[in-house]
Write a protein that binds this ligand. Structure first.
Ligand code: BF8
Ligand code: SF4
Length: 651
């Protein structure tokens, strides 16, 4: 079959593995609506210098570029070589990604503080026991004190973590001692969240840090200020305000849109607004307004990480991941897309113009020309949420029923595996998981995280890597857009245990859990860090000794780069499915793929074929098992040919 269809465009089944996306890509072709895949094609061939990371525009003596292969320049105007330029560019990306997560965490912290002071509407302390436990962990007196006093002190303590007056972040205490000591020896203990990010911007100015190894080390420190800092603040406080997730059933894909209802998609990352909008959609006055327009109610669905936040706490269905944000409007059934920030393509307002969909932006720091802006203010959270829902309801009469096409039935999925929920399922301690790993029933665990990227058929990397790992008895933990991909592929149901190898299958069946656990949004990768830390402490070893790995098969964003860097810095080797722009410096590549092993006990690998990535990961896990002295398979014998051996002969 040709890669191209009769319009000369790429076949939809080359762009996504999912029927909902394929159907909508055909609609886009038929209606002449531009999508992310068209724009990628228009950009090709993409700049080779930028792809290798050897272009620099950090000052106006430039822009400069290094010719890594030919006779062209080997230094920028200032004298920077490929190593410095690549390391600086990577450092700035890590700072941008860390800043995004951490600023999201700060926004939640601000609303948490105002809620503690009783100055918000629509917010409250939902998980008081988590509040008190966290406060006690940070050394705050809780005995005999009111909830609001404890919360106010906790807010102050966490604000201090953003500043410059500490020599280590509060959550560094959660890190196993051996790991903390390594960080101390390397000088990469994260001190202040904002501090590490600002210092990275400083160091990457012309003429500051001209030692690529020193720059890379600060990149690790910057990313640690995200994983064990800003992201962890976001996760912990979201749990306290909106509830700590527990296993919950929901649904996924474009089929969660309902033809007879007002459909509102919550898109972005921050649960602050989306959570109150879900409450507003149940307001009797707004529901009857919807009925007066002929709709049978109001249906809230999620997209991307805001969708994950809503699903794992409220069971709100999720319509899709990153590459669905344009396509969802082509169903003709979306009244409003409400956005906060991060990963929202500027193009959504262009697609919306072709339909009746209203795009409503809500964050003053993230405006979208063509959208209606409703400034979010937590002091009036409930009222603002109701206004937003009313705008969506009032768009319903503009819907053209002839253009409505909801292409698939939804797939069921289970979400909500916070660390608390996982430990709860295990009877309160990590010991049963440790035992299952030690016996070999479970070989190890892999966090599969990150995005969609139009350079890879949508969801193929996530779904195929997951399939290979669970078939080989490796427990998979997912967050972000990866989790949505696995959900669509029906890998996240208790009955999906039948897709796993015999050992993992028996554990999942005994606990009634899927072999792929939804741990939340991208900031919730902090949950994976906490779980890894708890496992290491239970075994009395460093995280880097555990049979764990990370993978980001379809990553695109600077946030995902930061996640990869803090996961590796924590001691977990990570396989990337898309090449990062570092290959113009063989020295930087050597540090990232080999040198880090000596300093943090983990490295990066790059492999775009998920089946080969699975082999790399299985070998890594078995080598860790061997070093721990628990039953192992000789890593040398694991090859592409041996793949699926566990299931050989299965129908
Ligand atoms: O923060 S996985 S595409 S939506 S960056 Fe973005 Fe990537 Fe999705 Fe969530 Ni994370
Ligand atoms: Fe060129 Fe150096 Fe300026 Fe970068 S910092 S643009 S390499 S002169």
């Amino acid at each position: 079959m040709s890669v191209y269809n009769s319009n000369g465009r790429r076949q939809p089944n080359r762009l996504s593995i999912n029927k909902d996306a394929q159907t909508m890509i055909n609609v886009a072709y038929d209606e002449g609506i531009e999508t992310v895949w068209d724009r990628l094609a228009a950009q090709e061939p993409q700049c080779g210098y930028c792809s290798l990371g050897v272009s620099c525009r950090n000052c106006v003596m430039g822009p400069c570029r290094i010719d890594p292969f030919g006779e062209g320049p080997k230094r920028g105007v200032c004298g920077a070589d490929a190593d410095v330029i690549v390391a600086r560019n990577l450092g700035r990306s890590l700072a941008a990604g860390s800043s995004a997560h951490s600023d999201h965490g700060r926004d939640i912290l601000e609303v948490f503080q105002e809620t503690a002071r009783g100055k918000t509407t629509g917010y409250r302390i939902t998980d008081e026991s988590k509040l008190r436990a966290l406060a006690a962990e940070l050394g705050i007196t809780t005995e005999g004190r009111s909830t609001s006093d404890v919360a106010a002190d906790l807010a102050d303590a966490l604000f201090d973590d953003y500043g410059s007056r500490k020599d280590r972040l509060s959550f560094v205490e959660r890190v196993p001692a051996q790991r903390r000591q390594r960080w101390e020896e390397l000088g990469i203990v994260p001190r202040g969240i904002d501090r590490e990010n600002v210092e990275m911007l400083h160091r990457t100015h012309m003429g500051v840090d001209n030692d690529y190894v020193n720059l890379l080390l600060h990149g690790l420190r910057t990313s640690l200020s995200d994983g064990w800092g800003g992201s962890m603040v976001a996760t912990e406080l979201s749990d306290i305000m909106f509830g700590t997730p527990a296993p919950i059933m929901s649904q996924v894909n474009l089929g969660v849109l309902q033809v007879d209802k007002v459909n509102i998609a919550m898109h972005g990352h921050n649960p602050l607004l989306s959570d109150v909008v879900v409450a507003a959609a149940e307001d009797p006055e707004l529901v009857s307004l919807a009925r007066s327009y002929g709709a049978n109610g109001i249906n809230i669905v999620g997209l991307c990480c805001t969708g994950n936040e809503l699903m794992m706490r409220r069971g709100v269905p999720i319509a899709g991941n990153h590459l669905m944000q344009e396509l969802i409007m082509m169903t003709g059934a979306l009244e409003a897309m409400v956005v906060d920030y991060q990963c929202i393509m500027p193009s959504v307002t262009d697609v919306a113009k072709c339909y009746h969909t209203k795009v409503i932006s809500t964050a003053d720091k993230a405006k979208f020309p063509g959208a209606t802006h409703v400034s979010f203010d937590p002091h009036n959270g409930s009222e603002i949420a109701k206004n937003i829902v009313r705008m969506a309801v009032e768009a319903f009469p503009n819907r053209n029923p002839e253009r409505v096409m909801i292409p698939v039935e939804p797939v069921r999925m289970m979400a909500g595996f916070s660390v608390e929920a996982i430990l709860g399922a295990l009877g309160g301690t990590p010991q049963p998981l440790v035992d299952a790993i030690a016996s070999g029933a479970i070989r190890g665990a892999v966090g599969i995280v990150g995005c969609n990227n139009p350079k890879i058929p949508q969801d193929y990397g996530h779904v195929e890597l997951t399939r290979q790992l669970i078939e080989n008895d490796i427990l998979v933990l997912v967050t972000g857009c990866a989790a949505v991909a696995n959900g669509k592929a029906a890998q996240m149901l208790p009955e999906s245990a039948s897709l796993a190898g015999p050992g993992l299958r028996s554990v999942c069946e005994a606990l009634s859990i899927p072999p792929v656990l939804h741990m939340g949004s991208c900031v919730d990768n902090s949950r994976i860090l906490v779980l890894a830390g708890a496992l290491a402490k239970a075994l009395g070893v460093d995280v880097s000794q555990l049979p764990l790995a990370g993978a980001a098969p379809e990553w695109y964003s600077e946030k995902a780069a930061a996640i990869g860097a803090y996961v590796v810095s924590t001691g977990i080797t990570t396989v990337l499915g898309v090449q990062p722009p570092v290959f113009g410096s063989p020295n930087v590549v050597k540090v990232l793929t080999e040198g880090l092993q000596e300093v943090v006990g983990a490295t990066f690998a790059v492999e775009s074929d998920p089946r080969k990535a699975a082999v790399i990961i299985r070998r890594h896990i078995e080598a860790k098992r061997r070093d721990l002295g628990i039953p192992f398979i000789n890593p040398e014998t694991i090859s592409m040919e041996s793949t699926n051996s566990v299931l050989a002969g299965r129908s």
